[in-house]
Design a protein around this ligand. Structure first.
Ligand SMILES: N[C@@H](CCC(=O)N[C@@H](CS)C(=O)NCC(=O)O)C(=O)O
Length: 235
């Protein structure tokens, strides 16, 4: 049985980490049975690359949601993407990278840097810690996220510039999705695991960022999230 190590549910979502939610969504979409033992903050130390999610599949331990999905496709068959043409695969990969490597960092900024977002993040992720950890860990975690934001480059921009960058991504996603039921057409594919996880982490969290409000101008994004939730997360 596949063991998925991810954060506990937060911010009203199955996972406040879009990468964890992406992998869980992929497993659900591909109908691969899994168990998901909860990982506490201290348990992240066991993650092979210091980040979640990671999986144990038999004797194999693997980190990184994309590398894990590649492993799952190789081991259990490519259950979602077989129908895509080479051109569609190229477009899907480009949107996946847009979500994971660019828009993600704008969302990180809205949660960890912007004052309202940080108040929500701090309470959701660290609110249950005992004192004095409740005072110390959030400060250290925020410092670490700020370093990552600067290392990526997004954190070197002003808040206004980051909003503009994120808005371009959201507009591209909304225009490409249009009125289609799924990102690549009438059928879902693995890009939808990423798109759902990242969009739900934008439009359904109580972080009132300008990115979230911008996304609300495109109702198809929220309708899409509801479609994915009812198809894959309804018992
Ligand atoms: N490329 C990785 C990214 C995973 C990632 O960034 N996970 C974040 C949560 S969204 C994390 O665990 N961060 C902990 C840290 O940076 O200390 C993947 O696809 O799994």
């Amino acid at each position: 049985m596949i063991k998925l190590f991810q954060y506990e549910p937060a911010l009203g979502l199955p996972n406040a980490s879009p990468f964890c939610m992406k992998l869980e969504t992929y497993l659900r979409m591909a109908q691969l049975p899994f168990v998901a033992p909860l990982v506490t903050l201290s348990g992240i130390g066991k993650a092979p690359k210091g980040k979640l999610p990671y999986v144990r599949d038999g004797s194999t331990v693997l980190a990184d949601s994309t590398l894990i999905i590649e492993h799952l496709k190789t081991t259990y068959g490519d259950r979602l993407d077989g129908w895509l043409t080479a051109e569609q695969r190229a477009v899907a990969l480009a949107f996946q990278r847009l979500l994971e490597e660019n828009l993600y960092w704008a969302v990180v900024h809205s949660r960890w840097e912007a004052p309202q977002g940080w108040a929500v993040t701090k309470e959701a992720f660290f609110g249950k810690l005992p004192l004095p950890l409740k005072w110390i860990i959030p400060v250290l975690a925020r410092r670490g996220m700020r370093q990552q934001l600067r290392g990526h480059g997004m954190g070197r921009h002003s808040a206004q510039e980051i909003q503009a960058i994120g808005q371009c991504d959201i507009k591209a996603l909304a225009n490409f999705l249009g009125q289609k039921p799924f990102f690549m057409g009438d059928e879902p594919c693995s890009l939808d695991a990423t798109a759902y996880a990242f969009l739900a982490n934008l439009v359904w969290v109580p972080v009132e960022s300008s990115l979230k409000h911008y996304a609300e101008q495109y109702p198809q994004l929220e309708i899409y999230c509801r479609r994915m939730r009812s198809r894959y997360y309804t018992p």
